[in-house]
Design a protein around this ligand. Structure first.
Ligand code: COA
Length: 314
């Protein structure tokens, strides 16, 4: 007999135990204790215990799921997000995942969701940034192959695909490019605080990984020329056995585009990261951003995974 109930404060070790059995692929680090789950999920002020549902057999937790309403202030309709569903291998294909998903959906309906999304992706990724998916939230990864058949079976369809790209920093960075010469005198790189997060929601989603902001300025006009946020992917570094840095919100000021500024800026950052003994950098881009993907490929980034965001109209 399977019992279902919502989260209690003493449940964290149960969630961790299932996490380590259910999420064993590259996109989810192994959890040594409660700390990361506390930091990236339970400690957020938007955390609602009613959104976490546990499945128990003889008092032992064999699966859990987490749902939350996105509070992105710019959504035109309320989006309910199924953030994660995991069932221990010993209890799969017995309808437990389906029941957990159904209870998540009921919770989201009660919260007023008018669109259901499975797999977090900015701006609808209230939880698990820093803990699942890599340097950002790419929905559910291909490397977790059970997600797709499960959500398609439950009436979801694939809405977006996000490409995960990595660049190994083992070899010294080549910074020789004739196009960079004028940039060296014209622009200057700075980094540190205060970081620029767009609003409270951006802070709520991305602030917990404590990113460092890099900005390229025009020395004369003091305009920002390019900027991005960078964070140390602590848990993933252990999982992949490579000190890794995640880069997100990379942008070049429109007034400075098509002048090799992006290439110069990213090369400077990678050089800086490498000097700090990191050996891997990761970025994620939507698969529709062909220009951006080609830009990254030209800087020796390679595709290592793809995330998928699923949606369903209630
Ligand atoms: C995805 C997951 C939660 C499904 O849990 P579950 O308890 O096995 O799911 P159910 O028994 O309710 O399966 C429901 C339906 O999903 C589909 N499905 C589930 N696993 C499948 C598989 N391995 N291959 C094909 N279809 C599958 C089937 O249609 C299944 O119905 P059926 O058994 O009557 O054919 C579970 O496999 C899991 O924990 N996987 C690892 C974590 C993960 O990838 N989670 C999703 C991303 S967070």
């Amino acid at each position: 007999m399977v019992e279902y109930r919502t989260f209690r404060n003493t449940d964290t070790p149960r969630l961790v135990a299932v996490w380590n059995e259910a999420f064993t692929n590259r996109g989810a680090p192994r959890l040594a204790n409660n700390t990361l789950l506390e930091r990236y999920v339970l400690a957020k002020r938007i955390f609602d215990p009613n959104g976490v549902i546990l499945a128990l057999v003889n008092g032992q937790c064999v699966g859990w799921a987490h749902a939350a309403l996105s509070q992105n202030p710019f959504n035109t309709l309320p989006v309910g997000v199924v953030c994660l569903v995991g069932v221990n291998p010993s209890h799969r294909r017995q309808g437990i995942g389906s029941e957990l998903l159904d209870r998540c959906e009921q919770y989201l309906h009660k919260q007023g969701a008018e669109l259901l999304q499975a797999g977090g992706h900015w701006p609808n990724n209230p939880f698990y940034m820093g803990l699942y998916g890599g340097c950002d939230s790419p929905g559910f990864l291909h490397s977790d192959p059970l997600a797709e058949p499960f959500f398609l079976k439950h009436g979801y369809k694939i809405d977006q695909k996000i490409v995960v790209l990595q660049r190994v920093l083992d070899q010294p960075m080549k910074m020789f490019d004739a196009r960079f010469l004028p940039h060296r005198n014209r622009f200057e790189l700075s980094f540190g605080s205060p970081r620029r997060l767009i609003d409270w929601w951006h802070e709520c989603v991305h602030g917990y990984v404590d990113p460092l902001q890099f900005v390229l300025h025009d020395r004369q006009s003091r305009d920002w020329v390019a900027r991005t946020l960078v964070w140390e992917m602590e848990a993933f570094s252990i999982q992949w056995q490579r000190p890794t840095v995640g880069i997100f919100d990379f942008e070049v000021n429109p007034a400075y585009r098509n002048q090799s500024v992006g290439r110069y800026f990213l090369s400077l950052i990678m050089k800086y990261i490498q000097d700090q003994f990191f050996t891997l950098a990761e970025l994620q881009l939507e698969d529709t951003n062909e220009y951006g993907l080609n830009f990254l490929r030209s800087l020796d980034f390679v595709e290592v995974d793809t995330g998928q965001v699923f949606i369903r109209n209630p």
